[in-house]
Design a binder for this molecule. Structure first.
Ligand code: HEC
Ligand code: HEC
Ligand code: HEC
Ligand code: HEC
Ligand code: HEC
Ligand code: HEC
Ligand code: HEC
Length: 404
């Protein structure tokens, strides 16, 4: 149904925050009263909690404090030069952090770092203005340990006006509510399906991907186990062990299968056990398998591997502990490869290129090589060279030459 043009608008503030609180604790979750919050899990699941809170998932978005920002603010390391008259300087002022635009040595405007996205390889930041969120033009990249242009931004002209829409939060956070728009004439809380995608209530932001983002609402689970501490069997909680392969894959594919699909429902509504086909519809772009990018589409690439197609069991958890970042060494991955490939034989040519030890310890280097992203590129200060972001491909295959 085509949406009616809205002439007069009213903005309704955080209505879902008014739900009644449980008298036994004073935590209120912006997602609603079905949610208990990650801190409530620690008393019974210390092991998962201890590792998960330090993982990339929990840090997929963070408040932009000095501790959380990886880039430098010290003189000499904090300036991006656009041209001889124009520069952006990363500055700390009274405990707040800014990207400050200078023209001919004169300050034009200081834009605050409010929220950061990303942790493992790169960090992009943004600032709030009137319930909209705008990306800052300079980001930090670990591969160069330096600031450079935000993905696909110009290196000759700073742009502070690019909006970061709710979609980014839907993959990088656990909650943010849209502000809703209704027509003035109705003055009711019926939303009429008119959700405005770039208009958000920042007070409802839950940073990072938390326990319940992956496991679903857990308030009842917590209450039951608190009340009956001797119960050993899981109550009121979806068990991944009881999900079939497709359901397990979908729970990760929600955020790891790229952004090209036609969206049917918000990613925020997804609960484990649900089917992604209720959320996404294939279209021309999402079906363009040859152009799947190494950034963001691990599921798409993995699905193109023989390992995935020919085995009955492979899913993301085969190789990844969902509560922990990937290990630094590839030996542990090789063990997983070998568990299915005890009899893998390499021919004389391959064997000659590498020692036996390396061949058995580093399957990943050759069969999941690093590849350049076509979606993400950046430029460094005072440079016209365009650098690609590179990640390991999840299309496990035989490659002629592997990039180290
Ligand atoms: C009062 C104790 C308690 C609290 C608090 C608690 N759980 Fe549990 N949970 C259990 C028990 C007991 C089990 C069953 C035994 C086990 O797997 O540890 C369980 C099992 C689970 C499972 C495994 C499901 C399965 O069968 O595979 C998940 C997932 C889980 N809890 C998530 C959470 C999350 C998320 C939170 C916080 C929002 C939480 N739990 C808080 C007691 C608790
Ligand atoms: C709500 C979205 C979302 C879901 C669901 C999700 N991820 Fe992620 N995942 C992300 C984002 C965003 C990052 C990037 C984190 C960062 O900033 O470094 C990430 C990072 C990762 C990483 C890299 C972490 C590291 O530092 O080594 C792995 C591995 C991963 N996810 C696997 C999984 C698996 C397996 C599942 C399913 C059990 C899953 N993800 C579910 C959004 C999600
Ligand atoms: C469809 C889900 C999805 C959307 C939408 C999305 N991201 Fe991501 N993003 C990811 C995943 C998954 C990763 C980590 C793995 C990778 O790079 O493939 C990631 C990585 C990143 C990283 C690098 C983090 C790291 O260290 O790995 C940054 C920065 C980032 N995203 C910012 C954004 C911004 C800004 C937007 C909106 C313009 C956005 N993302 C939209 C899923 C998403
Ligand atoms: C990125 C998604 C994701 C996040 C975030 C996450 N989990 Fe899990 N969790 C899973 C998956 C997937 C499994 C099933 C693992 C398996 O079967 O091997 C799981 C399994 C569990 C289990 C069952 C025992 C085990 O370790 O397999 C418990 C308990 C649990 N999670 C608690 C938590 C708690 C508590 C948090 C937050 C501190 C959390 N999880 C965060 C995805 C996630
Ligand atoms: C769950 C089992 C499983 C795991 C784990 C696994 N594979 Fe496979 N892999 C398979 C199966 C099944 C095939 C198809 C064999 C066939 O066609 O006879 C395959 C095929 C391959 C091929 C041939 C690909 C081609 O295009 O011809 C390579 C190379 C390979 N795997 C490497 C790896 C590496 C490296 C790892 C670890 C990163 C790995 N596999 C993990 C099951 C697995
Ligand atoms: C056969 C093993 C295997 C499977 C299955 C697998 N991965 Fe990975 N994954 C890896 C390896 C190896 C890396 C590289 C780790 C590194 O370089 O630190 C990786 C890295 C990642 C990263 C971080 C990107 C980067 O380059 O740092 C994400 C995100 C990720 N995997 C998500 C997934 C998701 C989602 C699935 C399921 C669709 C999945 N993986 C299935 C082996 C696997
Ligand atoms: C130096 C790069 C390199 C390393 C390291 C490497 N491979 Fe290979 N692999 C190749 C090449 C090249 C081929 C194709 C030519 C051949 O068979 O030697 C191949 C072929 C394969 C095949 C398909 C042939 C068959 O026997 O079915 C499998 C499976 C495989 N490798 C698995 C592995 C596993 C598992 C590891 C880690 C224990 C590994 N490879 C380590 C380069 C490598």
């Amino acid at each position: 149904m085509k949406k009616a043009r809205i002439v007069f608008t009213i903005f309704i503030f955080g209505i879902f925050l008014t739900g009644c609180k449980n008298e036994s604790d004073d935590y209120t979750d912006p997602r609603g009263t079905d949610y208990a919050g990650s801190e409530s899990c620690v008393q019974c699941h210390q092991k998962q909690h201890q590792t998960a809170i330090h993982s990339g998932h929990f840090k997929a978005s963070l408040p932009a404090t000095k501790e959380n920002i990886l880039g430098y603010f010290a003189n000499g390391k904090n300036t991006f030069v656009y041209d001889k008259n124009t520069r952006v300087v990363m500055e700390e002022r009274n405990d707040s952090l800014y990207q400050v635009l200078y023209k001919n040595g004169k300050e034009i405007k200081a834009y605050p770092f409010d929220v950061i996205f990303g942790f493992k390889h790169a960090q992009t930041s943004g600032y709030w203005k009137n319930h909209r969120f705008y990306e800052l033009p300079i980001s930090y990249y670990k591969s160069i340990n330096n600031w450079a242009t935000s993905p696909n931004y110009s290196a000759t002209k700073p742009d502070f006006n690019r909006k970061i829409i709710k979609e980014c939060f839907a993959c990088h956070s656990s909650n943010i509510a849209s502000k809703y728009v209704t027509t003035a004439s109705t003055e009711t809380y019926t939303f009429m399906g008119m959700e405005v995608d770039d208009f958000m209530n920042k007070n409802t932001l839950l940073y990072g991907i938390d326990c319940e983002r992956c496991h679903g609402p857990a308030k009842k689970h917590v209450q039951t186990h608190l009340k009956f501490p001797d119960l050993k069997k899981t109550q009121n909680m979806v068990s991944f062990r009881n999900l079939n392969r497709q359901q397990r894959i979908d729970a990760c594919g929600l955020c790891h299968s790229g952004g090209d699909h036609t969206k049917l429902k918000s990613r925020f509504q997804f609960k484990p056990g649900e089917s992604l086909s209720d959320y996404f519809k294939e279209n021309q772009r999402s079906k363009d398998t040859l152009n799947y990018d190494v950034h963001g589409n691990q599921l798409g690439l993995l699905s193109r591997s023989k390992c995935f197609q020919k085995s009955q069991t492979m899913d993301c958890i085969t190789c990844h502990n969902p509560h922990q970042d990937s290990p630094k060494s590839y030996v542990s991955y090789s063990k997983i490869c070998i568990s299915c490939h005890q009899n893998a034989q390499h021919n004389a040519v391959t064997l000659k290129t590498i020692s036996k030890l390396k061949l058995t310890n580093n399957c990943v280097e050759c069969h999941m090589p690093k590849q350049d992203s076509k979606a993400i590129r950046f430029q460094q200060s005072n440079s016209s060279a365009v650098t690609s972001y590179s990640l390991r491909t999840h299309k496990i295959a035989i490659y002629p030459t592997a990039k180290k």
